[in-house]
Design a protein around this ligand. Structure first.
Ligand SMILES: *Cc1c(COP(=O)(O)O)cnc(C)c1O
Length: 412
């Protein structure tokens, strides 16, 4: 009707992906619903009354090839607890990437330590090891690398720096379930690994979190911290031993319902990550070499790469000067619900700490600019869609990228 066929949907053209949909998230099944109903009717709802929590911990540890796992209420208290069990607190510094979900940084604040933000790599958007070492001071006690969006922190370089300076490494794997670094499960490369089961994550029980570690003494401290002092294996009401006097214990217990859901999802995790990798490979093939479009690089030694958000960076010509909000509007109008970047932690709306609580080492230019202003993301469940839908995702990005002049006009 007079419009060139490639006209953007925001300019009245035909959307290229008007009818696509992502698979339902979180996934549900009759079998899990039956197990939940049984549990409900039995009434064994609280932590491990029906043996579900202990079974999940055993299975999750085995899945990661780790010795211990400790289940908690969410993936923020797991991070906080991991720092606290090492006695990290006031007067100490903990390094976190400047681009992550704010919880990573908040965990440092909860124990009273100073947050030290270090910049991310422009390719992987994960903690940049080259910026990390100069940020280490005599007060640094720990590093929290994050396996972020669709990539992995460089664990070879980070653990080498940690060893040189005698630092604890707590891996934040809230976005990386099922990921492996050179064959080793994420979460097992440092001293403690922390995972989240919050609604949006790659595994979900609504809320929840788990820590893994190979250190029996740390596992016991984590357990006691999350169970108001009870030791591993002690039944409710049967107090047998006292927690270490330095340990401030909480109630971070999950319910059995959450354990039932995660146990079932764990059985399907590898298949789902494989599917995600097929979709990511197809999108990389479709968009490779497209001017102005750059997909977040996977972890260098990912085997496989897990993915929480498929992230696209629009930081090259001819798209580098078009505001991300305009790109997002155009992409959404084509039918693809991409999301804006969280932005660097100090720029996030929910991050309300005074500047005295944190340091932004070296300005964190990549996090502040590329990550905050030039990145859009698509939630992981889309990577589980059928081949036709994945093609449509690629077609949306290609169409928008091919209309730089029209978008520039829109921005002006
Ligand atoms: C979600 C998330 C957390 C926190 O997990 P919750 O279960 O929501 O508390 C921590 N770090 C990262 C990177 C996350 O994405």
């Amino acid at each position: 009707m007079g419009l060139p066929h490639n006209t953007l949907a925001i300019h009245g053209g035909e959307p290229v992906a008007a009818h696509i949909a992502a698979p339902q998230w979180p996934p549900t099944s009759k079998e899990t619903a039956e197990r939940l109903a049984d549990l409900y009717l039995r009434g064994d709802w609280s932590f491990n009354r029906g043996g579900q929590a202990a079974a999940l911990c055993e299975e999750f540890a085995e899945y990661c090839n780790s010795r211990y796992a400790v289940l908690m209420t969410n993936g923020t208290v797991t991070l906080m607890s991991a720092l606290a069990v090492y006695g990290i607190g006031q007067g100490d510094e903990v390094i976190v990437p400047a681009f992550t979900w704010l919880s990573t940084a908040m965990a440092v604040r909860y124990v009273g330590a100073k947050i030290v933000f270090v910049d991310v790599e422009p390719t992987t958007l994960c903690l940049d090891p080259a910026r990390l070492e100069p940020a280490v001071t005599s007060r640094t006690r720990a590093i929290i690398p994050v396996h972020f969006l669709g990539s992995m922190a460089d664990m070879d370089a980070i653990t080498a720096i940690a060893r040189r300076h005698n630092l604890i490494v707590v891996e934040d794997c809230a976005q990386a379930h099922g990921g492996k670094w050179d064959g080793r499960s994420v979460g097992t490369l440092g001293q403690v690994g922390s995972f989240s089961f919050q609604h949006n994550k790659i595994m979900s029980s609504g809320e929840g979190g788990i820590c893994v570690t190979d250190d029996g003494r740390i596992a016991e401290r984590l357990y006691r911290m999350a169970h108001i002092g009870y030791g591993p294996g002690e039944r409710m009401g049967e107090f047998k031993s006292r927690p270490d006097p330095d340990l401030v214990c909480h109630n971070f217990r999950c319910t059995e319902f959450q354990a039932v859901i995660i146990r079932d999802q764990l059985r399907d995790l590898d298949r789902r990550i494989e599917e995600y990798n097929r979709s990511m490979a197809r999108l990389a093939a479709l968009l490779g070499g497209l001017p102005g479009v750059r997909i977040q690089s996977p972890g260098r030694r990912a085997t496989p790469q897990s993915c929480y958000k498929w992230a696209v960076l629009f930081d090259a010509d001819p798209l580098a000067d078009i505001p991300a909000e305009i790109l997002l509007k155009a992409i959404r109008a084509e039918g693809l619900p991409m999301e804006p970047s969280y932005g660097a932690v100090p720029t996030q709306l929910l991050f309300n700490l005074p500047v005295t609580d944190y340091v932004t080492a070296d300005g964190c230019r990549v996090a502040m600019e590329i990550a905050t202003r030039r990145t859009l993301m698509l939630s992981h469940q889309w990577l589980g869609a059928d081949a036709r839908t994945v093609e449509a995702i690629g077609a949306v990005i290609a169409k928008v990228a091919g209309n730089a002049a029209a978008l520039r006009h829109e921005a002006a």
